[in-house]
Design a protein around this ligand. Structure first.
Ligand SMILES: CC(C)(COP(=O)(O)OP(=O)(O)OC[C@H]1O[C@@H](n2cnc3c(N)ncnc32)[C@H](O)[C@@H]1OP(=O)(O)O)[C@@H](O)C(=O)NCCC(=O)NCCS
Length: 156
């Protein structure tokens, strides 16, 4: 199936938010996405041949660090390799901007996302206690990082 990235536009936000709400217990609001676009963050949607959005990601470039703020695949399209393809895209973007690291926060309970990140060589850097709201109070975030300087050392 086609899986083409294009820049996320304001007119995509209703569809993006519908996926976000279906895929997450504590979703970003539509305003969170709008604020991200306004702030100049980089955001892409990944579409099928009919321009239907399957997945999306939002990242922030802070000098030479890429901060992965959101990554999501529509629930009915998960476990088909699209998460990996989004990360490939983010890593290509990071290299194109000469970034040295990609960092992200993930819920301690989100084992499938952690498994995805570990496949790409992300390592646990630290824990942010009580970072996220949770059903019974708060939940820790695991801060993970992918050192791109090491990656380019291995690939040359
Ligand atoms: C996490 C997420 C992006 C993965 O996307 P995906 O397209 O399903 O992932 P892929 O098919 O590319 O799978 C890549 C790897 O992730 C892990 N993974 C994905 N889904 C999994 C599941 N249900 N159970 C266990 N591991 C899983 C596996 O290691 C998998 O590799 P494998 O299939 O070779 O075993 C997707 O589940 C999602 O959108 N979840 C909701 C939002 C979210 O949690 N985002 C991350 C926030 S930090």
């Amino acid at each position: 199936m086609m899986f083409l990235p294009r820049v996320m536009l304001a007119e995509d936000l209703a569809n993006v938010h519908a996926i976000e709400s279906a895929a997450n217990q504590f979703p970003w609001s539509q305003k969170n996405f709008a604020d991200s676009l306004d702030a100049g963050h980089y955001a892409w949607v990944f579409c099928d041949a009919f321009d239907v959005i399957i997945a999306y990601t939002v990242v922030q470039l802070v000098v030479d660090e890429v901060h992965l703020l959101n990554l999501c695949v529509s629930p009915d399209m998960q476990r088909q390799g699209y998460g990996r393809r989004i990360l490939d895209h983010v890593i290509d973007f990071a290299h194109s901007r000469a970034a040295v690291i990609i960092v992200l926060e993930v819920r301690e309970s989100n084992h499938r996302a952690q498994a995805l990140y570990e496949q790409f060589g992300f390592n646990e850097m630290s824990v942010r206690p009580g970072y996220y709201p949770a059903e019974n109070g708060r939940e820790d975030a695991i801060l993970m990082g992918l050192d791109l300087s090491m990656l380019s050392m291995f690939s040359t």
